[in-house]
Design a protein around this ligand. Sequence first.
Ligand code: CA
Length: 224
Amino acid sequence: MRILLAEDEIKLAVSLKKALETERYAVDTVSDGTKAYEMGFDEVYDIIILDIGLPGMDGITLAKKLRQEKITTPILMLTARDTDEDKITGLDSGADDYLVKPFEFRELLARLRALLRRSSHTPAALVYTVDNLTLDPSSHNTQRAGREIGLSLKEYTLLEYLMRNAGKVVSRMQIVDHVWDIDLDPFSNVIDVYIGYLRNKIDKAFPKEKKLIQTVKGLGYKIG
Ligand code: CA
């Protein structure tokens, strides 16, 4: 899952990006509101974390403008002030949830998971299941046929994205947009490499089980 983090407190932005990456999210950070608006408009994100007080364009104006442009990406607003008025203004602007600073990181993670579940097109699965493969987004525990599978951060993010879209073909471009951050070189073969890693761990390591990861020629990949 890919996140745009718009936050001008650089120390907070850096530590949040690092912590979110450890939790398997791809994170692009931006500290200026106008630039954040451009990125939210041009790029594909699964969630936007938006500080209300940003230079260039404040978070509330930004959220309103994105909604006017029919960008429906879930927005989690960060506010430094805990007054009801701020909350209401934030939610009226098109934000889906808010968090008051300072907050606990695990609280942020829980809110992100809830927003992702609500925005998912598949029924709100707490644990993704394809055949006898299961993936639990809250613990990152991944198992096949009852056996735990150890995945690297990126392998996990890629598998979660495929399982979230189980039965559907996802294109390489969609994978780039949802699994990698903006620094990925679009000409690299990194996606094929990671699909190969996942095949080894999900399919080749279980020779008696059904092959789950499929290449759909010219279109992309599919699980299920
Ligand atoms: Ca700020």
